[in-house]
Design a protein. Structure first.
Length: 530
């Protein structure tokens, strides 16, 4: 196959053929199982080297760029995305089979532009850099750009909001003053290409270095490892499977390169007995909707439900089973997702889990898996906790029936780290004694703790935490959603000791550069000049 038949990569502001591509791939329409028309290159490491070198040349210009200009770029990108709504929605629908309405057009694309605007506002405000000043000793510090590009590996399940050339990681890295090398997900390369093209035009309009946004579609696994460990790289943001994430983490850690991972999460839900007696039917419906939304392909899908073994739980699980049986599942994003859920369920079944309903693929032209509910005793779960804590990425969840309150607490203690953990409790306080014992255990296991609410979906607000203990992420001190906190992943802490006013960054000079920026001056937060 000749290079002219392949879609070009974006390197240093130029759409050009991949250098010595190793091969090619096509996206697959999950609704039909058919490959789409466009061929995309699998780049060799020469493309990565070119992108890294170009990005490094762009670093000095970006460091000198006023935050207002970075904000202008992000705002302009959000505005121009609006002009390409139809193209983006049509392409993402073809590549993912996610519904155009409301998922792509009404929900996810507005979230994407909102994130870009929030990142722009944070860049312009400058308070995110946490300027800290000791006037007596004349020591000053702030968060600054990394001095190298950020590689963003986008996931398969959010073609807009987590896209490597327009999503949350991208927005945070740019707002912090870093160039981005976008690694597209092979499930939606065409969507990523459209975003990258819009970004390139916006860079040009704002007078920014064109290498600030570059795009490579696909790499061999060994070249991905070389990218995340490369001396010129500043950091990596990765959202994807645990096996791939752990390999990248090992390579990055060995080279001393920061890498921020979102890998897998069970998002356990503990339904306490008072809540079941009070509103079992309503909770069953909420659980069904949360488990099957987007065909269960959310990183916050509840994959584990813990209840006491009693008559209320038996009735509750029967209701959940009926909901699962009576609803048609949505399309899975790829054949890899199908293979992954089959493998996870086989592991759980061998460990003692029983399939209550579903448990197999659905025949048809599209890629589908039956809505699946599994069940296991608390005794078996504690004996096989590792094997039964499998992320079945799709419309599947495991119910664990604890013998008593003490065993329920043991189960909580045995859990791995998750992005979320939820409790459902009696509204009149009937479950308060048990909640008081359970909450401290769950608090240490998760980034976001919910009460009387399913975890699926994220509000894009500065207070949001989308992170958690390993193996949900690589470091529980950070979040990938919630600006400006998410920007700190892509920043270096720089200190200036006895440096004169004329040589300091604007944020650390005596005069407040915006008049509104918050700075920590001699131990107190203030907006004043010194």
């Amino acid at each position: 196959m000749n290079d002219k038949t392949l879609q070009p990569v974006l390197i240093n502001g130029e759409w050009r053929p991949a250098r010595n591509s190793i091969g090619s791939f096509r996206a697959v329409n999950p609704a039909t199982g058919e490959e789409l028309a466009d061929f995309y290159p699998i780049s060799c490491f020469a493309d990565v080297e070119d992108a890294l070198q170009a990005a490094q040349c762009a670093v000095p210009g970006l460091i000198k760029t006023p935050p207002e200009t970075l904000a202008d770029f992000l705002d302009l990108l959000a505005e121009r995305i609006l002009a390409h709504y139809d193209d983006l929605v049509d392409m993402a629908h073809l590549e993912t089979a996610l519904p155009k309405e409301p998922r792509l057009r009404v929900t996810e694309l507005p979230r994407t532009t909102n994130q870009l605007h929030q990142a722009a506002a944070a860049a312009k405000d400058r308070s995110w850099c946490r300027a800290t000043i000791d006037t007596k000793l004349n020591i000053r510090s702030k968060y600054s750009p990394l001095g190298g590009p950020v590689a963003v590996f986008g996931p398969n399940n959010f073609p807009f909001a987590f896209n490597s050339s327009a999503g949350g990681d991208f927005a945070a890295a740019i707002a912090a003053g870093n160039p981005v090398i976008a690694k597209a997900h092979p499930s939606h390369p065409g969507t990523t290409r459209i975003f990258a093209g819009i970004a390139r035009d916006c860079l040009k309009a704002c007078g920014l270095p064109l290498a600030a946004v570059q795009l490579i579609y696909h790499l061999q696994p060994e070249d991905g490892l070389k990218l995340v460990s490369h001396p010129l790289l500043g950091a990596t943001a990765f959202t994807g499977s645990r096996p791939a994430g752990l390999q990248l983490k090992k390579a990055a850690d060995k080279a001393g390169k920061p890498i921020y991972l979102e890998m897998s999460s069970l998002n356990p839900i503990f339904i306490l007995p008072g809540a079941l007696k009070e509103r079992a039917k309503r909770i069953a419906n909420e659980l069904f909707n949360s488990c099957t939304m987007g065909a269960g392909q959310f990183c916050t899908k509840p994959g584990l439900v813990v209840l006491l073994k009693d008559e209320e739980s038996k009735t509750f699980l029967h209701s959940v089973q009926e909901y699962f049986k009576q609803s048609l599942p949505g399309f899975l994003l790829s054949k890899n997702v199908l293979e992954s859920i089959i493998s996870a369920l086989e592991t759980m079944k061998k460990a003692g889990a029983e399939v209550v309903t579903g448990g197999k693929p659905i025949d048809g032209p599209g890629i589908c898996f039956a809505n699946t509910l599994l069940r296991v005793s608390g005794d078996t779960f504690l004996k096989k906790a590792k094997e039964l804590q499998q992320e079945a990425f799709g419309p599947a969840s495991l119910a664990v029936l604890a013998n008593d309150v003490e065993q329920m607490l043991e189960i909580a203690i045995s859990l791995e780290g998750s992005l979320t953990a939820s409790t459902y409790t009696h509204t009149q306080g009937g479950d308060d004694p048990l909640y008081a014992r359970l909450e401290p255990i769950l608090r240490a296991k998760t980034g976001r703790l919910l009460n009387d609410k399913m975890p699926t979906g994220l509000a894009v607000t500065p207070a949001m935490v989308h992170g958690g203990p390993f193996p949900a992420t690589g470091h529980q001190g950070f979040t990938s959603v919630g600006i400006p906190a998410s920007m700190l992943r892509f920043a270096a802490l720089h200190c200036y000791d006895n440096v004169g006013q004329d040589r300091l960054p604007p944020e650390l000079k005596d005069k407040n550069p915006t008049g509104k920026m918050w700075r920590l001056i001699d131990g107190g937060w203030a907006q004043r000049d010194i």
